[in-house]
Ligand binder design. Sequence first.
Ligand SMILES: CC(C)(COP(=O)(O)OP(=O)(O)OC[C@H]1O[C@@H](n2cnc3c(N)ncnc32)[C@H](O)[C@@H]1OP(=O)(O)O)[C@@H](O)C(=O)NCCC(=O)NCCS
Length: 151
Amino acid sequence: MSSDRGLVTIRKALLSDFDKIVEVEASSFKRPYPPALLFSLLHLHSDMFYVALASGEIVGYAVGAKRCDSGGHVISIAVRPEWRRKGIGTKLMEALLDTFKKRGLKRAVLEVAVSNREAIAFYERLGFKTIALLKSYYPWGEDAYLMAKEL
Ligand SMILES: CC(C)(COP(=O)(O)OP(=O)(O)OC[C@H]1O[C@@H](n2cnc3c(N)ncnc32)[C@H](O)[C@@H]1OP(=O)(O)O)[C@@H](O)C(=O)NCCC(=O)NCCS
């Protein structure tokens, strides 16, 4: 699937996008996923891995996976800082949630660090609700909210 909206294009990720995805990750997180993990996700979940292009450059990505309970898991999403608040994250999530629905998945779930207020506001705007607190979810000891949205 590929969709053009204004200057931003959302399309499935290609293996050749890997280096740019690593750059987006590094620019977006204090503790980025290791490149090897992103590489595995690109291989294992390429059917649910989207990138956003603006002015021909990859400026964001979102990746998900099917869970064994008929839900879809939003594994990660990021938009380069200078491209935020332009609706790109929303477009990436729409592409991913649309794919979940087409696969017959009934619910999307994700984890977000309790300190990540920007992402929590973003997910709430998309209709996600906090359903649980996951104590010490992250390796550095921080708690996470488990959020979910019915599809
Ligand atoms: C979360 C993230 C992907 C959002 O991407 P984005 O392209 O800026 O999101 P959008 O422009 O589509 O935002 C849609 C809405 O979400 C909310 N939102 C997004 N960022 C927000 C912020 N920093 N503060 C408050 N609300 C915010 C707003 O309601 C926004 O609509 P508005 O701009 O009209 O007010 C981006 O901030 C990011 O990459 N963060 C770092 C990585 C990260 O934390 N990922 C999530 C890990 S769980």
